[in-house]
Design a protein around this ligand. Structure first.
Ligand code: ATP
Ligand code: PRP
Length: 217
């Protein structure tokens, strides 16, 4: 049996075409089912649904052989407890700094004043501002980051941006991109050796599908 860890939502949805390219269809639908272990058309392949931030933990410790998760999650998780053979080019977005429209970010950064930054991505934010020589007080949040500058909790946020609609709807502006994000395939180290004949063809099929999508854009 091969176990693939996915999170519900965009990663699950964007993975379906990749699985289809490997000849795999889902037999259960997370929209209508409360099951956490989902069967596929391949009796030796199942999908487990976990929180996005838990995917690396499942793969590192063998709760899953494979996983798909964002580069943002992998950078915050840290370590090298698994292989990362493929950038799948799905769930694309960027991590950026955003502030209220009336906040003078350029001036705050130039003056060397301390910036209060709220984010789920404390390691990424710490490294980014340290490289710029900006002093920051980091405030860890787990969601709804956009609220922090609006309520006075922070001067700035470091969060994911895709269309920019969420920032716009909350009267915030993106002032500095930090890095581009997409989702990666990760593989348990032991499984890569012990289940190589089953895992390698999946990696190859995903790779072919990713290359085809890239050449079509
Ligand atoms: P958790 O369940 O742990 O709270 P989450 O709510 O961030 O995680 P998702 O919103 O499904 O989970 O995001 C999963 C991944 O998709 C993120 O880690 C990121 O790589 C990517 N992502 C997040 N937001 C966007 C977006 N607006 N557009 C494109 N990709 C995104
Ligand atoms: C993510 C992210 C932003 C939003 C950005 O949230 O945290 O809030 O997407 O996307 P946009 O630029 O296209 O508006 P998500 O939709 O995943 O909701 P969440 O708060 O449940 O993570």
């Amino acid at each position: 049996m091969i176990t693939l860890a996915l999170s519900k939502g965009r990663i699950f949805d964007d993975t379906l075409p990749l699985l289809a390219s490997a000849g795999v269809e889902m037999l259960d639908d997370p929209q209508t089912s409360r099951k956490l272990i989902l069967a596929t058309s391949r009796p030796d392949l199942r999908v487990v649904l976990v929180r996005a931030t838990d995917v690396p933990t499942y793969v590192e410790y063998g709760g899953a052989d494979l996983g798909i998760t964002g580069k943002d999650v992998l950078l915050e998780y840290g370590g090298s407890g698994f292989y990362q053979p493929l950038d799948l080019g799905i769930a694309k977005c960027r991590i950026s700094v955003a502030v209220r429209k009336d906040f003078d970010y350029a001036q705050a950064v130039k003056k060397g004043s301390r910036l209060r930054v709220a984010t789920k991505y404390v390691d990424i934010a710490r490294e980014f501002f340290a490289k710029k020589g900006v002093h920051v007080d980091l405030i860890k949040l787990y969601g709804s980051m956009e609220l922090a500058p609006l309520t006075g909790l922070a001067d700035a946020i470091v969060d994911l941006v895709s269309t920019g609609n969420t920032l716009k709807a909350n009267d915030l502006i993106e002032v500095e991109p930090i890095m581009e994000i997409s989702s990666r395939l990760i593989v348990n180290r032991a499984a890569m050796k012990l289940k190589h004949e089953k895992i390698q063809p999946l990696i190859d099929a995903f790779n072919t599908s990713v290359s085809q999508s890239a050449s079509n854009t």
